[in-house]
Design a protein around this ligand. Structure first.
Ligand code: UFG
Length: 330
């Protein structure tokens, strides 16, 4: 982040899980933040920081309004549809929202002379992993429309860098987890599909038994292995991306993970220890499109962005999530 310079930043999707933590971090770092969100999956109650403009990225007139009274230094884009299985059933919605919506946003940036962009991409762009620790040059073979929609935008950003000088950083998130430690904001998806929230919710509510999707994967205990990265560490990297783009032109891509893989059974054990509860579960058939193992090599982000995740302990991440899920504000 440039020192001693107050920035004005637009956060698209700032009412959602990652976007709200980002908007908060920007405001608490002393910068101006404007949130743009259609509230389709985001929460009004999460909008505690900065200015709010309600609108939909698919509507160019709405997007134009977000740029009317401000001169942004950069744009963060978190407004994505994110449910892999839903993307298989509704590809139009995913391409329309995630690709067309992003193009509308990029065009509004061009029209207003804003040329720094940070994009939320995903480990889903890699598809079936052929490396134990995935680096950014792993083959890109997304298995579903969700992953493809993110990859299309990454490619569009390369073209925009060459043709229009629009600088960008794409972050390929592994599994975002946890909540702000003071639990004013947290993770609230409806319906909840993510593992850690579902484990905690079934620990809190006895009637809600956890389903484990698949137990014959080629992993040590047969359940899927993922790399969990705390939400505040993700947001930190986004601020570093702004400084990075001050000196580096072009379209850049970084993995964001912790570099440690945990199986579903390991996450359940850690959650059980945090909660002091036993978690009941049933095995269900594997979910379509799930990779057996996704673990990041994030050394490029560490080296080039001077970024270092602070939450290295899975239990600590789960603790912040538990504090939120025990008493969610929305
Ligand atoms: N899982 C269960 N039970 C649940 C929820 C999840 O067994 O109730 C399993 C899943 O099958 C998977 C693992 O736990 O094996 C993690 O699942 P999540 O839904 O928490 O996360 P994913 O790895 O499927 O997805 C995340 C992001 C996506 C992104 C993907 C990239 O949520 O947006 O990482 O791999 F695309």
């Amino acid at each position: 982040m440039p020192k001693n310079k107050k920035l004005s930043l637009l956060v698209c999707g700032g009412a959602g899980y990652i976007g709200s933590h980002m908007a908060r971090m920007i405001a608490e770092s002393g910068h101006d933040v404007t949130v743009f969100d259609n509230l389709s999956t985001g929460h009004m109650e999460a909008l505690k920081w900065g200015k709010f403009i309600k609108g939909d990225l698919r509507n160019p007139n709405d997007v134009a309004k977000a740029f009317e009274d401000s001169n942004y230094d950069a744009v963060f884009h978190f407004s994505g549809l994110i449910v892999v299985s839903e993307s298989v059933e509704k590809p139009f919605e995913y391409y329309d929202n995630n690709v067309t919506g992003t193009i509308n946003l990029l065009e509004a940036m061009r029209a207003n002379g804003v040329n720094k962009f940070v994009f939320s991409s995903t480990a889903a762009v890699y598809g079936d992993p052929v490396m134990d620790m995935i680096t950014e040059d792993h083959p890109l073979k997304p298995l579903n429309p969700y992953g493809k929609s993110k990859l299309f935008v990454e490619e569009i950003l390369q073209d925009y860098a060459v043709a229009y000088g629009l600088d960008s950083v794409c972050f390929r998130y592994f599994n975002a987890a946890g909540a702000h430690p003071d639990s004013l904001i947290g993770e609230a998806h409806k319906p909840e599909t993510h593992l850690i929230p579902n484990i905690l919710l079934s620990g809190i509510d006895d009637g809600r038994k956890l389903k484990i999707f698949g137990n014959d994967y080629p992993t040590p205990d047969g359940t899927c292995v993922r790399d969990y990265i705390h939400i505040l560490d993700l947001c930190d990297a986004h601020l570093s991306a702004i400084s990075y783009m001050e000196n580096k032109e072009g379209a850049h891509v970084f993995n964001l993970g912790n570099g440690q893989g945990f199986s579903i059974l390991e996450v359940i054990k850690a959650s059980s220890e945090v909660m002091g509860n036993k978690i009941e579960f049933d095995y269900e058939p594997a979910r379509a499109g799930d990779s057996p193992r996704l673990v990041a090599d994030s050394s490029k982000a560490v080296r080039e962005l001077k970024w270092q995740p602070k939450f290295n302990d899975l239990r600590e991440m789960i603790e912040t999530a538990y504090r939120w899920h025990k008493k969610p504000a929305y």
